[in-house]
Design a protein around this ligand. Structure first.
Ligand code: PGA
Length: 240
């Protein structure tokens, strides 16, 4: 079970250090919930802090290439060298604001896996696409292109994040979450994948709805944005 915190563009080193001090006090060390792992996706300048705090961490993005003339990018190999384990790929904000296509997500996943990093591929539909009954087409497209020639191993995970639920306070119903997670499994099987990766849910997860979502069929974890910014609220989600 993975409970992941996506801090987005929030917090610098000082806030991150305070956060992790509080987090360690709440969890009393990383072994309190051995069946659950908390992963933090922090901005690059927090990496050193998270590294020293005994928590799993990762990046919100990597470049497709490991080195070269790519001004402003961060590489998977540096993330790995810093002790990072996870990387978000294809978050809807990357797709929306930075033009990240499913072909690009495929390259990033391939780069991450080749270095032993664990990619968490985010997929999901807009409200308009859901209203037009296009959820299956959209997810099939994101999965077939994003996972082209990728072997599904335990190192890869998916996050189903309906775009209309991200940062809006609107959460998908547990019926919709369960139906869509099952749809994703069917799509993967139809595409010829022998294994189905862990599928997390993300989109306005908060302490009040986390336990119910976590106990929904097909849900193997949570990706939490806004509610991960306060250690006590993320801890209450983490506890389930
Ligand atoms: P949210 O963000 O929990 O604030 O909706 C989730 C995400 O963007 O991963």
């Amino acid at each position: 079970m993975i409970i992941a915190a996506n801090w987005k563009l929030h917090y610098g080193p000082a806030e991150a250090a305070t956060y992790f001090q509080q987090w360690i006090a709440l969890t009393k060390g990383p072994l309190t919930y051995p069946e659950r792992q908390a992963v933090f996706f922090t901005p690059p300048y927090c990496w050193a802090t998270s590294h020293s705090s005994n928590v799993l961490f990762g990046a919100q993005n990597i470049h497709t290439e490991n080195s070269g003339a790519f001004t402003g990018e961060n590489s998977a190999s540096v993330l790995k060298a810093m002790g990072g384990q996870w990387v978000l790929v294809g978050h809807s904000e990357r797709r929306q604001w930075f033009g990240e296509t499913s072909e690009v997500t495929q390259k990033k996943i391939s780069t991450a896996l080749s270095l032993g990093l664990k990619p968490l591929l985010c997929i999901g539909e807009t409200l308009e696409e859901r209203k037009q009954n296009r959820v299956e087409d959209v997810l099939k497209n994101q999965l077939s292109l994003g996972l082209k020639d990728i072997e599904v191993t335990a190192d890869l995970a998916l996050a189903y994040e309906p775009i209309w639920a991200i940062g809006t306070g609107l959460t998908a119903s547990t019926q919709d979450i369960s139906a869509t997670h099952s749809l994703i499994q069917t799509i993967l099987t139809d595409l010829g994948f022998k294994k189905v990766p862990a599928i997390l849910y993300g989109g306005s997860v908060k302490p009040e709805n986390a336990a119910e979502i976590l106990s929904t069929a097909g849900v193997s974890g949570l990706l939490v944005g806004g509610a991960s910014l306060k250690p006590d609220s993320f801890f209450s989600i983490f506890q389930g």
